[in-house]
Design a protein around this ligand. Sequence first.
Ligand code: ADP
Length: 254
Amino acid sequence: MSGIEVKNVSVVYGAGTPFEKRALDNVSINFGEDRVVGLIGHTGSGKSTIANLITRMYDVVSGSITIDGVDIKDIEMNSLRRNVAIVSQEVYIFRGTILDNIRYAKPEATREEVVAAAKAANAHDFILRMPEGYDTMVGIGSRSLSGGERQRVSIARALLLNPSLLILDEATAAMDTETERLISEAIDRVSEGKTTISIAHRLSTLKNCNYLMAIDNGELAEMGTAEELMEKKGIYYKLWTLQNEQLQKVMEGR
Ligand code: ADP
């Protein structure tokens, strides 16, 4: 069995407290190799929880997750970090140079490798505009990075790492069209030929997915291609219609 298999996984946050919340309910999903799978669903449906379990931010209490047939609990954290990369705006930026921040994924990378990765991530230009280029200090107490810049730092890290699995957790924060274009171009480069799970908070980020899975209230509710799900007139169709209506309102200035 290759790829990632999520089997009968349930997650309850804050079990036994008044805030108890069942985030996933007996979910089984198979993410095959070399495919881009889009996870869709309303906010709070459980999409990010799936990503957090795969990266072992939280451990599975019931059910199991395997990568290429091996239970992730039996994979060393170091090895897991080398094989799974997350691209998001919520990346960890520590106080240090932007060079070291990108190199965090692969400490032995040379300056040339970091620059090449930053170029492919469309981060090179904004880095050169900073006062000391790659040697500019960033992070707490020094220069902060915008959401779009953070996302490109995380793409550069993923390019350096060249992991077998990529998780794209795209934020909802609005970005200008040019930044969106630069990010989407960089994402195409980093996800090429890799098993990719794309968590879509907006449907416009799904254009490269081969397959979609809709999570609803902690359960896997639909799966198929975008065309199949449109015909089904279920969750994907509803989300699509809703977002189109909102777009229409913006365009008409309503
Ligand atoms: P999505 O990514 O689809 O927006 P999440 O996986 O982030 O959804 O969240 C699923 C549900 O679990 C939501 O109701 C959310 O409020 C809750 N949740 C997520 N993380 C935590 C946490 N650390 N503690 C308590 N509840 C959480």
